[in-house]
Design a protein around this ligand. Structure first.
Ligand SMILES: Cc1cc2nc3c(=O)[nH]c(=O)nc-3n(C[C@H](O)[C@H](O)[C@H](O)COP(=O)(O)OP(=O)(O)OC[C@H]3O[C@@H](n4cnc5c(N)ncnc54)[C@H](O)[C@@H]3O)c2cc1C
Length: 338
């Protein structure tokens, strides 16, 4: 069975490896315009595994995808080769996480009070045990695993599914925002985010995530969060709908920096390594994990879509890959009967 996964972000690479691990007889190719370490939004992500529920999307699917991914990363965090996989267990505080979802994610949450944060304006939230993923390590880790499992890679932009229909039995679409054009999905839209990367004096192992902390308008908000990545900390960040330029807002950087220095002793004198932006692949209606059959170049071919992960693509990556593997099962059975 020849499967092509289009896209080499965290969703595409997770899907490709998950298929290899589920079906030993699948011959998997990842075809992508860009591969890590090139400029892919998955390498921008802060990579904290938390979940908020998108009210426009199916709640049960979202919870399953997030919980399956959490389990995957928790297991990986027990392997002490952090430098290789980039997955670290963290304790932290998340404000405005919904109690229902929090209970399903872990039993470690408990209410907190505002005094925990000194001058911060936070009113309520939860203590959370989670994991933080440094995707600059995790993506190469996935890519290496994919190679070791016998996978192939091909660098090219796919302009239409017809381009690959003849060569493969199944097409899997993990192109993130690229699905606006490739799948002609007008529900996809960009959401810009800006972050800082700071080098701390000692290792930081906790995180804070205060959602919607300041600058809230109809189309944007700025949360404040810091997420540990080894001896570095990612500080964010903004969320601006329908903006796709990659310019850095210097004033926002200074606000985030001031907040970080105020809230964490390890960041008081931390050096700023990078100020950067990325574009989240949002989708009205939530993640699309769905199979369709298309007649292309005279051949009927299954296309399994897995895109539109918005601000939770790392947090939903392995769970949605598992769902793709399930959707692939009937195709494998059909092929084995031929
Ligand atoms: C500032 C910021 C902070 C974030 N923080 C977090 C966080 O803390 N936790 C979290 O879970 N998520 C976070 N995210 C979101 C996360 O980065 C995304 O949800 C995730 O990276 C989406 O992954 P993806 O693989 O779907 O897309 P991408 O990473 O965009 O990968 C898409 C791939 O498809 C390829 N491609 C696209 N179109 C084509 C085509 N036509 N032909 C061939 N190849 C194509 C691209 O080259 C790329 O390889 C954050 C995002 C931003 C911007």
């Amino acid at each position: 069975m020849k499967v092509v996964v289009i896209g080499a972000g965290v969703v595409g690479l997770s899907t490709a490896v998950c298929i290899q691990e589920t079906y030993a007889n699948c011959d998997v190719t990842v075809m992508s315009e860009k591969f890590p370490p090139e400029d892919i939004v998955s390498l921008v992500a802060g990579g904290v595994i938390l979940g908020t529920i998108d009210p426009s999307a199916n709640k049960d699917t979202q919870i399953k995808v997030m919980c399956d991914t959490s389990r995957h990363f928790l297991k990986l965090s027990a392997d002490d080769r952090y430098q290789i996989h980039g997955v670290m267990k963290v304790d932290g505080v998340y404000a405005k996480i919904t109690p229902t979802y929090g209970q399903q994610l872990s039993d470690a949450e408990r209410p907190i009070s505002s005094r925990v944060f000194g001058k911060a304006v936070l009113l309520s939230g939860w203590h959370v045990k989670s994991v933080c993923v440094d995707t600059r390590r995790y993506l190469p880790y996935l890519l290496n695993k994919f190679h070791r499992n016998g996978g192939h890679i091909r660098r090219c932009k796919v302009h239409s599914f017809s381009q690959v229909a003849q060569e493969y039995d199944v097409i899997i679409n993990c192109t993130g925002l690229g699905s606006r054009e490739l799948a002609r999905d007008s529900n996809m839209y960009p959401v810009k985010g800006q972050l800082l990367r700071m080098e701390t004096e000692g290792k930081v192992t906790n995180f804070n995530y205060f959602i919607d902390l300041f600058k809230k308008t109809e189309n944007s908000h700025t949360s404040f969060y810091f997420l540990p990545h080894g001896n570095e900390v990612v500080v964010g960040g903004s969320y601006i709908k329908d903006v796709e330029d990659r310019n850095v807002d210097a004033d926002l950087s200074r606000e985030l920096e001031a907040m970080a220095r105020q809230l964490h002793p390890g960041m008081k004198k931390a050096e700023i390594l990078q100020e950067y932006t990325g574009i989240r692949p949002l989708r009205r209606g939530g993640i699309r994990i769905e199979k369709e059959f298309k007649c292309l170049e005279g051949k009927t071919i299954p296309i399994i879509h897995n895109y539109g992960h918005g601000g939770y693509g790392v947090g939903g990556s392995w769970g949605s890959a598992l769902q793709v593997a399930e959707l692939l099962a009937p195709e494998i059975q059909k092929k084995s009967k031929l």
